[in-house]
Design a protein around this ligand. Sequence first.
Ligand SMILES: [Zn+2]
Ligand SMILES: [Zn+2]
Length: 341
Amino acid sequence: MRVVEMAACGGPEVLVAATRPVPEPAPGQLLVRVGAVGVCGHDLLARRGLLAARPGSVLGHEIAGEVVGLGDGTPPGWAGRRVALMQRIPCGTCEWCADGRTTSCRSGPGFYGEDLPGGYAQYVVASPLNAVPLPDHVDLATGAILSCAVGTGRRALRAAEVGAGDVVVVTGAGGGVGVHTVALAHHLGAVVVALTGSPGKVDALRALGADRVLARADVREVRAALAELGRPRGADAAVEITGGPTFTTALRALAPRGRLALVGNTEPATLPLDPGLTIVKELRVHGSAHADRDDLAAVVDLVAAGAVAPVATVRRPLAEAAAAHADLEARAVTGRTVLLP
Ligand SMILES: [Zn+2]
Ligand SMILES: [Zn+2]
């Protein structure tokens, strides 16, 4: 099969075409022909060698495709199904899995692109534990981004306990996770203040339901917008998607007892958490990992019902993986790019 692998750690040019044998599904597993694979900020960090991927790795954890083979003992009903995949194949039996906390499982095949070959390829293995069937009218390019680009936001909004009437600040709102978090928060009935580093993304964010969009805003501008929305003491919640670049602004934008879900880490570094502010305001900072299968299934239902309309905004052939990385690094993409193997 054709793949794009990392020849080394480095710039986009290290992503090169290669061929590999089609993987064999183990007992209980699925063989999935990849229809589309998303390109994520995580992939940029992995390519630079900052995560677990190493030279020879095949990246890509945002995968949708068609089940074209079954391992021994896999229920036959999976054959031919169109599926969206969660980023990690959990083991299904460890204490974390038994407790429903599959994002903490470290015993299964693991995370695509790091523990097992990812979706920058024509085929991957999967499992009923990480696959969710897609309705007929949801195409595979959309399916590919449902777990990471949409499910991550769904999980973070739940971690921050965002509900109807809450005012929520979403940072990094113009990126792949950001645009969908804005749309989901709007769907929940929250009032959304979207922060973006890119003035060119303002109109798109308004169209997705953001009540205020601020480009390159400092905390004073954010607080002024919150006051206009009836929250002079600050926001009820924040979803922090960039990590370091906006963390202080998001934290200082919170009202007393505000909740911050920390979900993005675009520039890995230690964050300046102000203890005085956090203590006096009794803030809660809550890490939120990738979507689990329940988040993915919920997102598939929301999409099927038309409640949110995720968009893979850019679609390119797999051979253009390096160019897709370069564009994402230049922040030239609003929303998500998918590669089509
Ligand atoms: Zn991702
Ligand atoms: Zn497990």
